[in-house]
Design a protein around this ligand. Sequence first.
Ligand SMILES: *Cc1c(COP(=O)(O)O)cnc(C)c1O
Length: 389
Amino acid sequence: MSQHAIYADHSATTPVRPEVVAAMEPYFTLQYGNASSVYQIGQDARHAVEEARRKVAKALGAKSREIYFTSGGSESDNWALKGTAMADFLRTGRKGRIITTAIEHHAILHSLDTLKKFGFQVTYLPVDKDGYVTPDQVEKALTDDTILVSVMMANNEIGTIEPVGQIGTMLRQKGILFHVDAVQALGKIPIDVSAQHIDLLSLSSHKVYGPKGVGALYVREGVDLPSYIDGGGQERGMRAGTENVPGIVGFGKAVELATMDLDKEAERESALRDRLIDGILNQIPDAVLNGPRFDRLPGHVNFSFPDVEGESLLVLLDLKGIYASSGSACSAGSLEPSHVLTAIGRDKETARGSLRLTLGRENTQEDVDKIIEEVSAIVKKLRNMRAGF
Ligand SMILES: *Cc1c(COP(=O)(O)O)cnc(C)c1O
């Protein structure tokens, strides 16, 4: 990335913080031991992994033994959904129902596609124009054979924060398991698995300034979940394979740092976000904000610009050194309009003209002003070209 580039795609991934790199470094070089080995460098690695587990647990209000390290958010989502479906099938012999929303990440939606192939049932709850699902909707959708409800804490494309605490409270009273994909929420809004009555919760390191390829699944004590990878018995027999010690250490450090100044940073990024939204609406009055105007993720902005191709906008922004995304990074390159934008009622044309700008720790007010200036100029230019000037 060039010196003056502005990175505004923090919902896709984040740069690793220097303190995190420093915390990881010894576990590549001096402390390279296998965390299952009995000699000193093995035991050092074991202590580091368990220390990271404590840090992740603390950030959620969970117990250390309720945290299992995985390869990231996608694996955690797959495990939570396929694992609870399998456990229920082994116990009851039925192929039950999972209830979710229409705007989940593909790690959820595609895991459910697989479960449907095996005969499980899925209910997709619609969302309102801002992307919200209500506890009442969830309650009405419950059936006798419902195994699990999965609702994301915050949406990666439009920044909507779902009422998972209320949903969790209702589900706990009814004795139904509740999974939450909190990948986008971690480090940005407080998470409390007890107060929010969450049974399973997915996290990813690289969205919180940690390394890629590591994450965690919180599994409330007492939840019946089978192992996901069978082998050498790591992660207390639940997820085999030699631990990614540097990755886990980095993840632990990143979570610790992110929760330390969460309120302050959330307030700062929310102010930048509001400045960006107001600035763009001021320059391009017919821009359509996707997701709620207030109470959205700090730093999260998503606009559709009528009569503008999202892809063209991205290419021209890239030339100006501004890195953003259109729809979600995971579906970049596909011409299908985003399932999230479609679910909040955008037509195909509007959905394709969307631009997601997600700010993070390094972004400043100067960055925001530069983004407003460049986006406005490019949108006007693209519209003029389209109009044949
Ligand atoms: C990024 C993301 C994931 C996937 O996490 P990985 O660690 O990249 O596998 C899952 N859910 C949401 C909401 C995400 O934003």
